[in-house]
Design a protein around this ligand. Structure first.
Ligand SMILES: [Zn+2]
Length: 339
């Protein structure tokens, strides 16, 4: 391993002492899509001690254009992203402890994963999960780095509990909810730029160089050549329910019901039962065999295609219904075929 981090330790703000700190830290990355794979690769190469990566999806061909840890075989095998990412990351740096979870993070699950975590990186594609990360960060006083991109546009902000405004404070002033990849598509340089901003801030936090943090909300468009950095410290609100004087952490409230969500940029709906349940995929496969569709199975999921609809069931009971954005149709299909 001699010299592995030599270029990084030669960089004065990190040095040998900083490298040791990076080595002692644990980072949680929520999402293993474009931002998640970029950040994960950078931090694993930088020699972070432990990385926990959480993702609810599996690899598809449309991911390969920008999700840098995946290859064609992962798409053919429909490997869950958490699994494919872990296996690639272990090849890059076997010294890093990598924990991978296939799940659509609920507040409870995120709270279970947070023990010992020094930093959270947002690599999600949806508003609900970001607000959940924001509340977890405030509740447990763990910094997190917001990042999002769509088209050729990207945005990032570092949130230090107790110091910066939180995402909930910013809702009125920053178009966070409006970012969607539904119609605009995405190009990889926009991803790489957000990853670069997030990873740079992450390294500063890991080596505890707090003074070096940017402190501003940065946004850019790599196609129209715009770039802004805004000081939003005034956005911090004393009455904020996430970071204010009397926080209630509204986005961690437990929802005891089946949750349906249309996935970002796709004709797909996710169905999540109220409680995690273990589904025996092989038994399910046998039950589906006389329904006239095409069935494929790997150790993590079962794919069933019938009448132009492809349905993917994970062994935690969650399903992705492809070919529709209609939540009630998706729910009906789920119950018809998966019980
Ligand atoms: Zn706040």
């Amino acid at each position: 391993m001699t010299g592995r981090y030599s270029r990084q330790t030669l960089f004065t703000p990190i040095g040998e002492a900083g490298q040791q700190k990076i080595r002692e830290k644990h980072v949680l990355i929520v999402g293993a899509g474009a931002l998640g794979t970029g950040n994960a690769e950078a931090l694993v190469r930088a020699g972070v001690g432990k990385l926990t990566i959480v993702d609810r999806d599996y690899v598809e061909w449309s991911n390969l254009q920008r999700q840098q840890l995946y290859g064609e075989k992962d798409a053919v095998d429909r490997l869950p992203k958490a699994i494919a990412a872990k296996s690639r990351l272990s090849l890059i740096n076997s010294d890093v402890e990598i924990e991978a979870h296939i799940l659509d993070a609920t507040p409870e699950e995120l709270e279970n994963l947070i023990t010992g975590v020094d930093l959270i990186l947002d690599a999600t594609d949806n508003f609900d999960t970001r607000m959940m990360i924001n509340d977890i960060s405030q509740k447990y006083s763990i910094p997190w780095i917001y990042g999002a991109c769509v088209g050729s546009y990207g945005i990032s902000f570092t949130i230090l509990p107790g110091t910066s405004p939180c995402l909930n404070c910013m809702l009125d002033s920053v178009p966070i909810g409006g970012l969607t990849c539904d119609t605009a598509g995405i190009i990889s340089p926009a991803v790489q730029m957000v990853v670069a901003y997030q990873t740079a801030e992450a390294l500063k936090i890991l080596v505890e160089d707090w003074a070096a943090l940017r402190g501003k909300l940065v946004s850019f468009d790599v196609w129209t050549n715009q770039q802004t950095a805004i000081n939003i410290s005034k956005a911090k609100k004393e009455e904020c329910l996430s970071c204010g004087k009397e926080p209630t952490y509204p986005y961690l409230a437990y929802e005891n019901q089946t949750k349906t969500a249309v996935l970002c940029g796709r004709d797909s709906v996710q169905i999540r039962p109220p409680n995690r349940q273990h589904r025996d995929l092989t038994a399910m496969k046998e039950m589906l065999e006389d329904k006239g569709g095409r069935i494929e199975q790997n150790p993590y999921l079962l794919s069933f295609t019938v009448n132009d609809r492809r349905m993917v069931l994970f062994n935690d009971g969650r399903a992705l219904i492809h070919g529709t954005k209609d939540k009630s149709e998706a729910k009906t299909l789920y119950h018809r075929y998966f019980g």
